[in-house]
Design a protein around this ligand. Structure first.
Ligand SMILES: *Cc1c(COP(=O)(O)O)cnc(C)c1O
Length: 366
């Protein structure tokens, strides 16, 4: 193809719509520090997700770190290696120890049958990931956490807009983190949020994201800086208006892929989850005994200017920065390891045309 098709393309509102949204910032000269746009986006998200509290961040990663800090967690956190670097790094950077649970073959989320054997007297929390927007087995995880007195902290970076039986993905566990990075289904350029019900966390989180400053003359915590600025919040307000439309467009592309690729020997596609309305964030394909390997398909597509992504590869427990450290062993999570060696996420975004999907599939199948 002449034109480059990238694995993703950021959603943007009409230029004029964004200009209208940011015009008041020129009048107020209030650029950051919880201004009007910040307040409006926070409220809009609380309403849309029907969650008691949303705290906004400069990005999803700092939201994760601030969450661990706010709960004063010290010890082991059960998580999975089949995720973006951020999940594992946040745990390690906050001085906790990640304990890796394998994922299941069906939706690539945490294998709930393997959690309990990993719990020790040092375990403080479970941090599962709603991989590709597929929801974890939230009921089973809640039961295990309750039985052992553990926090459940979801990395919901992929799951914005997903609902299960009408309940928003932000409502599960003690806290859920969303990323609003440019490549996500809903973006604020860079940004993120924590969603939670615990009233006691509101002030603490707000303080920690602003240097621990609690009042004009009171600094309560050794906090950092993770505030979302007004321009990012304004982008969020614009993009939120079009979110349902964007997800509907993604569905058209996703259905088109399904039409070409389902039932093909050696290709494994993600199965729909019961009761879940998806956000079509990614289109992962597992090349499992297919006539071409994952890497061959990646190269064939690249030769035609189509950029797929080996996502997640490598898995986090095999990163160079963790080599040789105790507990970081990709062979201990064989399902995640195999998936990572055989997965490609194909181009997926709201503006991807059915003709482009046809072309991508032709190259994969020929
Ligand atoms: C994007 C992402 C993050 C980090 O979010 P940023 O907003 O980029 O900091 C964390 N976890 C997962 C699974 C992600 O995909």
């Amino acid at each position: 193809m002449e034109k480059l098709i990238n694995v993703t393309r950021s959603s943007l509102p009409e230029f004029e719509e964004f200009c209208r949204e940011i015009a008041p910032i020129w009048e107020s000269r209030w650029l950051t520090n919880m201004g009007e746009k910040h307040k409006a986006l926070q409220k809009a998200l609380e309403e849309r997700m029907d969650v008691p509290h949303v705290t906004l961040y400069t990005n999803g990663h700092l939201a994760l770190e601030n969450m661990i800090e706010a709960l004063s967690l010290k010890g082991e956190i059960i998580t999975t290696p089949y995720t973006f670097a951020s999940t594992t790094h946040a745990i390690v950077r906050c001085g906790c120890t990640p304990v890796f649970c394998d994922v299941n073959e069906d939706d690539y989320t945490m294998d709930v049958t393997k959690i309990e054997s990993l719990i020790t007297d040092k375990t403080v929390a479970i941090m599962p990931v709603h991989v590709y927007g597929s929801l974890c087995d939230t009921d089973a995880i809640a039961d295990i956490a309750k039985k052992h007195g553990l926090y459940v902290l979801y990395d919901a970076a992929h799951a914005f807009g997903v609902k299960k039986d009408g309940v928003d993905a932000g409502c599960f566990g003690d806290v859920s983190m969303f990323s609003f990075h440019a490549t996500k289904v809903f973006n604020t350029i860079e940004g993120g949020a924590l969603c939670y019900a615990n009233d006691g966390l509101v002030t603490r989180l707000n303080d920690i994201k602003n240097f621990g400053i609690h009042g004009p003359e009171s600094v309560q915590y050794v906090g950092g800086n993770a505030k979302m600025n007004e321009f990012c919040a304004a982008m969020g307000l614009c993009n939120l208006r079009h979110l349902d439309e964007e997800i509907a467009k993604r569905k058209i592309a996703s259905d088109r892929y399904d039409g070409h690729l389902s039932g093909v020997a050696g290709l494994r596609l993600r199965q729909p989850q019961k009761g879940v309305s998806p956000n079509y964030a990614y289109y992962p394909v597992i090349f499992d005994g297919y006539k071409y390997s994952r890497d061959q398909v990646f190269e064939k597509l690249a030769a035609e200017n189509i950029i797929a992504r080996k996502y997640f590869y490598p898995i986090t427990n095999s990163f160079d920065c963790y080599k040789g450290l105790e507990g970081f062993d990709p062979d201990a999570t064989p399902v995640a390891k195999r998936l990572s060696e055989n997965v490609l996420t194909l181009p997926m975004y709201a503006g991807l045309s059915v003709e482009e999907v046809d072309e991508i599939c032709r190259i994969i199948l020929e």
